[in-house]
Write a protein that binds this ligand. Structure first.
Ligand SMILES: [Zn+2]
Length: 92
């Protein structure tokens, strides 16, 4: 397993924001994405709501994230979802 893959979820671009979001066609809104790693190490970003693969990910700060309806998430780093443990929340 490659350790460097986790860098995508870190603040690799200072100033760009701490949260990855993308436009999800299925959800018809801007959604938070989570990093999905397949068994072969292939990475993809997926909608946290419907798991659609989203390619055009951008990083936003807490302010913009709140505008998209995720204000409560910015107050708590953990999202509570079972799939959040896939490299996102780090523990376990
Ligand atoms: Zn979605």
């Amino acid at each position: 397993m490659a350790g460097e893959t986790v860098e995508l979820m870190a603040d690799s671009e200072p100033g760009a924001g701490d949260f990855p979001v993308a436009d999800c066609g299925d959800c018809s809104r801007v959604v938070l994405v989570h990093l999905w790693m397949a068994d072969d190490g292939e990475e993809s970003h997926r909608c946290i709501h419907c798991d659609t693969v989203l390619a055009d990910v951008r990083w936003v700060g807490e302010g913009e994230l709140g505008e998209h309806g995720y204000a409560e998430i910015t107050q708590d780093a953990g999202c509570g979802r079972p799939d959040c443990g896939r490299g996102r929340c780090g523990s376990g």
